[in-house]
Ligand binder design. Structure first.
Ligand SMILES: N[C@@H](CCC(=O)N[C@@H](CS)C(=O)NCC(=O)O)C(=O)O
Length: 213
């Protein structure tokens, strides 16, 4: 079997999502890390578009994080990321959309790091949203460890990745960059204890499992 090859910007939530899926399924892969937005030649050459993540599987190339998760689930063994049940499929899609909503909150702050223009009002707005929006996660996690039951699936990876930097205990320990900038300014509050614990639980998958060469 060909080694899977991930073209990736590792700190990005979209990329984290796919890395979690690969590791959860126990698939080995090698990574080529792009350095920011100006280093996209290999990504464009491989996939015809500039966004990461991109998965190269021999002569097959897949992009878009949700598309990659589907590809992995359809073509490789390991625990399932999706379900055959249509209600569950619908639910996973809804959580995916919710992940975009969380991404929008992060973007209010991350764009300041990219533009180098500090906007305290935007940061305050983002924190105010972060104090409300995750309530649905807290409710979903009230009686079960993962969003859709006893095991994680694509729903968890599509959402927890976006909250990762809002639960960092010591942002100063992170590498300099937009995600550290976010971690220093946004915090998932203590009113969401189950959500905080779930993010940590999901992110532990990133520490173990298949090796990223
Ligand atoms: N829908 C895509 C979005 C991917 C995406 O936005 N990737 C970002 C990484 S944070 C990127 O490559 N941005 C580069 C750019 O905007 O030029 C997915 O789910 O993979």
């Amino acid at each position: 079997m060909t080694t899977l090859h991930l073209l990736t910007l590792p700190p990005s939530p979209f990329n984290t999502k796919v890395r979690l899926a690969l590791k959860y399924k126990g698939l080995s892969f090698r990574s080529t890390e792009v350095q920011g937005f100006d280093d996209r030649e290999e990504v464009i050459q491989a996939s015809g578009q500039p966004l990461t993540p991109v998965l190269v599987d021999g002569d097959k190339v897949v992009y878009d994080s949700f598309g990659i998760m589907r590809y992995l689930d359809a073509n490789f063994p390991g625990p399932k990321l999706f379900s055959d049940n249509r209600e569950c499929q619908q639910k996973i899609q809804e959580w995916e959309r919710f992940g975009f909503e969380l991404g929008g909150i992060l973007r209010l702050v991350a764009t300041q790091a990219f533009s180098q223009e500090i906007d305290d009002a935007a940061t305050a707005k983002a924190q105010a949203m972060l104090d409300q929006v995750p309530q649905v996660l807290e409710e979903a996690l009230a009686e079960q460890p993962y969003l859709m039951g006893e095991q994680p699936n694509a729903a968890d990876f599509s959402t927890a990745s976006f909250l990762r930097y809002t639960t960092v205990e010591d942002p100063a320990a992170l590498a300099e960059g937009p995600m550290r900038f976010v971690a220093e300014r946004l915090s998932l509050g203590s009113q969401f204890p189950k959500t905080r614990a779930w993010v940590q639980r999901i992110m532990e998958i990133d520490l173990v499992g298949a090796s990223s060469i």
